[in-house]
Write a new protein. Structure first.
Length: 444
């Protein structure tokens, strides 16, 4: 076999380690190492000399460790058997990584199991050639970036699984929102992977998580996205799922021409759409059914609720036992009065289960007795003169309007004007009856 005179390697940049195919070398063989490379000489499975960039002559003077192992004759080109390994020291910044299969995780926001995939980019550089070659490469003839990713796929998958799970659980976010934390995740992921790769002589220059996503073809992902799209549509239109199901049920009954209740249901759908709220619609339909039963039999239903004061009356009552309101009047007007009140700012109708006026946005401050809307600083209802709830000036606890003491802290809520004896609130500055200045000791 001919002796090798010159050894060098000019290969692909994605090759991290390459072994020269020939092992019979001469004592004056020229070993050429490029600027971005290092070369290691092996003999009998032992790593001997490490050569940096430049031209090296394999002689007894230049390979002293080898000279201790074998006796080379002086002069000539005596052959010896050895292996030469090239290590690529270039910084590889475009090493792609990704999860081989989706990771099954539970979305903490929607409590559904979804498959999660993650992709990114890794920047590495071989820092310790001897450690890398000894611990990782072994007897392979070559080692590429793809081989590296295959070796560390388990490490990357374990860390990305733990990382994504911790972000979902501790930050209480959905998988669909996790891309907002990609930059923060990348830094944390790098520190986890870098410590593991350092044991093999690899320096992690950077690590980026480019995308965390869900497979579009997965059935659970499809259901989740369809549900979110439906919810967004209902939020825009201003109703929820229960209200939609109520509308569908009533509409189906109204379209059933053979049903005895089709006329009543059709009327109920039209009437309910006018008032537009699921809860009031259910109450209105209950009142409407009872009223139609009253018209048919001439007697009220087994139980009736007064639309004026919400008092429950016996089924044979023609008038409310609490306020005297007629229980057999115009059904639609009674239901409308029960379901709607008038805004004290813009006089627009407000459904009773609302918190704000749908026209002007003023807060609905309801009277506990009749439900009329009042301004928040009112002491009594503008309609029925019922004392309104107010907050204790000491502990801010909401107390009934006729309370004289706070049930939470015991603060006196009602005082008397010394001039006229009129009861006044603790935060009033002047007496509403005689105009006495209460801040100057005009009250008890």
């Amino acid at each position: 076999m001919a002796l090798i005179d010159v050894i060098k390697y000019d290969g692909s940049p994605d090759v991290l380690v390459w072994k020269h195919p020939e092992t019979e070398l001469g004592t004056w063989t020229q070993l050429i190492v490029n600027q971005s490379q290092e070369a290691i000489l092996y003999k009998d499975g032992r790593a001997l000399d490490l050569y940096g960039p430049g031209r090296h002559t394999l002689s007894t003077a230049n390979i002293p460790i080898l000279n201790n192992i074998i006796n080379l004759p002086f002069g000539g080109k005596s052959p010896f058997s050895a292996e030469v390994w090239y290590i690529n020291k270039v910084s590889s910044l475009d090493v792609k990584w990704g999860t081989s299969s989706p990771i099954q995780l539970q979305d903490p926001k929607y409590n559904i199991i979804v498959p999660v995939r993650a992709f990114g980019q890794l920047g590495i550089q071989i820092e310790d050639s001897r450690k890398f070659l000894t611990k990782l490469v072994g007897t392979l003839r070559g080692f590429t970036q793809n081989t590296l990713i295959e070796y560390f796929r388990g490490l990357i998958g374990m860390n990305i699984n733990s990382l994504i799970t911790s972000y979902l659980v501790h930050k209480k976010i959905s998988v669909l929102e996790i891309n907002a934390f990609i930059s923060e995740m990348s830094d944390h992921f790098k520190s986890s992977v870098a410590s593991a790769m350092d044991e093999y002589g690899i320096n992690v220059l950077n690590l980026y998580v480019q995308s965390v996503n869900l497979p579009d073809s997965d059935p659970s992902v499809k259901r989740l996205r369809d549900a979110l799209a439906r919810k967004a549509e209902m939020d825009i239109l201003g109703y929820n799922y229960q209200q939609e199901r109520t509308f569908d049920t009533l509409e189906g009954a109204a379209k059933n021409e053979g049903s005895m209740q089709s006329g009543m249901m059709g009327t109920g759908v039209g009437f309910g759409m006018g008032y537009g709220i699921g809860g009031p619609l259910g109450n209105a339909m209950s009142e409407l059914a009872g009223a139609m039963n009253t018209k048919a039999t001439g007697k009220p239903s087994s139980q009736s609720i007064c639309p004026n004061c919400q008092h429950t009356n016996e089924g044979n009552s023609a008038f409310c036992s609490s306020c005297g309101h007629s229980l057999t009047g115009n059904i639609q007007n009674d239901v409308a009065k029960e379901q709607l009140v008038v805004c004290n700012v813009c006089s627009s109708p407000i459904p009773r289960d609302s918190k704000f006026c749908p026209n002007c946005g003023d807060k609905y401050f309801a009277c506990p007795r009749c439900g009329a809307d009042n301004s928040e600083d009112s002491l009594e209802c503008v309609k029925c003169k019922e004392p309104l709830p107010r907050r204790c000036p000491t502990c801010s606890e909401l107390v009934p309007g006729n309370s004289k003491f706070c049930g939470n802290c015991g603060t006196v809520l009602v005082k008397k004007c010394k001039n006229c004896g009129q009861e006044v609130a603790p935060n009033q500055k002047f007496c509403l009856e005689c105009g006495t200045n209460l801040l100057e000791g005009g009250n008890d």
